[in-house]
Design a protein around this ligand. Structure first.
Ligand SMILES: [Zn+2]
Length: 75
């Protein structure tokens, strides 16, 4: 089985927000000032991980689980 290389080299990447091209090393879009992540295999900049949103979701999910336990399962 032949293996294909997936790490294609890009010189530029496109902003996920405004589609402006920028160097692959850029961490912020020069046009719309949004934070951008690494280049993906299509040449677009990935969205950076939004830890605040991630943690907020986790906290709300735990609160919801606690509510279900409190409302229905607590004896
Ligand atoms: Zn942009």
């Amino acid at each position: 089985m032949a293996s294909t290389t997936t790490n294609t080299i890009f010189m530029t990447k496109k902003c996920h927000n405004c589609l402006t091209s920028m160097p692959v090393a850029a961490r912020r879009c020069p046009e719309c000032k949004k934070k951008v992540g690494d280049v993906d295999k299509l040449g677009f900049a990935k969205k950076p991980v939004q830890w605040v949103a991630y943690i907020t979701t986790l906290v709300w999910f735990q609160a919801f689980c606690f509510f279900v336990w409190w409302a229905f399962l607590k004896t």
